[in-house]
Design a protein around this ligand. Sequence first.
Ligand code: FAD
Length: 456
Amino acid sequence: MTAGKQSANVFAGVDSFYAATGRPWSSSAALQGEATCEVAVVGGGFAGLWTARRLAQAGRSVVLIEGGAVGRAASGRNGGFVSAGFACDIDTVAERLGKDHAKSLYLLSAQGREAVRSFARTRPDHGIDMVNGRLKVLRYDSQGALKKRATRLARAYGQDMFYWPREKVREHLATDTYYEALEDPTGFHLHPLNLARALAADCVAKGARVHENTPVTGVRRAGSGWRVEASGGGVTAKHVVLACNVAAPGEGAVVSGRLARALLPVATYVVVTERLGERLGEAIRWKGSIADTRRAGDYYRVVDGDRLLWGGRITTRIEEPADLAALMRADIARIYPQLAGAEVAYVWSGLMGYARHKMPIIGPLAKGLWACTAFGGHGQNTAAMGGEAVADAITGADDRVRLFEPFKPVWAGGPFGRVATQLEYWRLQLLDWQEERQARRSLAASLEGRAKSRVE
Ligand SMILES: Cc1cc2nc3c(=O)[nH]c(=O)nc-3n(C[C@H](O)[C@H](O)[C@H](O)COP(=O)(O)OP(=O)(O)OC[C@H]3O[C@@H](n4cnc5c(N)ncnc54)[C@H](O)[C@@H]3O)c2cc1C
């Protein structure tokens, strides 16, 4: 366990829509001096919060240590979409591990989604603002393949998906870009920062100690347990859970070199527009969340009545582009030309931690040392599921973490990994573009054929 360079920047606040509309949270004091507990959790994002909450619920003594504010990183600034599944497509998991193993994992991911739903439902006063329904839109005519996928997801994983033909998509989304869609009635969206704060408040209510503004500089063995070194003090614990995700290179202390080497930071960007009035409702009539099926596609939803939250542009380039707001406005206008010129009120970026296998790393790294990380771009449900699974493994309530044994922390390739991943993203984007072009051509050919036969 190494102590890395600490910069103030990584723990700085973010000027996001969520930060601006977040419910007040009485932040917890930084750690001062020494503490002893059964479990120390490092990281106050969803992974750490769900772990600490479950442990506290089971009556264990827990100290959660967060370098900045709870939810300051990916968890409090994400798109807010919650659905079953993982960053890695479940069919890829099935190819590698077989259908039964993949199904067990998928069901766990769905349990994570339900854990979020039931927590949010029982906290109506925290501004979590849950809105049901999720659409996956396709930018080309799949010629029946999308319908088949819906049937297969239902049969193989028990996941209900409703197929939407183009006319129905157009009734809800006034754009020529999309051809078909799958509606996931079990998906929903919410205010992620308020969720993180509500989770933190619940941890405290259940007896956990939460210390913010306490960067951890290292974790080392101490007798039969572990010692967490932090600014202002330290924690001695029987178990330590590492739930730190990724930070930009040179920013933030590297708590575990092994995990840091296994995680690749991937950036994604989000904007929220100024109020757009009626024209937003005319363009987007669907109140749930929307994402296209591209490999690095757009994801968006209407928030606060008449603002558009729009995310996208997944890249291994982790420095924020200077003209980010303009780039995102152009992305919006490409899909909805009627929204061209929409002013951007908030713009921010966030980092997702991906393992090479694109699955979470959940389970023991050594006796008493646990990983709960690498949730990639699909962390709302999986971090809830992972945190609870690690907590249950520590208390001995359950050993479902073993299902994640095949997903070890393997070296992500360092700078070569970033280059290779970026090249892979570009290759996949090219494939998307080719698929869409091909589909448009065959559609144009069939329309031409139909027009000709009408004339003849
Ligand atoms: C812009 C964006 C959009 C996204 N959209 C979605 C979405 O719509 N749906 C979805 O399911 N997922 C989405 N994701 C992914 C999801 O947000 C993440 O997978 C999830 O939040 C990861 O949670 P985490 O707790 O592992 O990490 P984080 O939320 O990053 O938390 C890690 C915490 O550890 C702390 N930490 C790190 N190092 C130290 C240290 N040395 N000492 C003390 N504390 C430390 C950090 O300060 C941080 O608060 C998105 C991610 C981003 C960035």
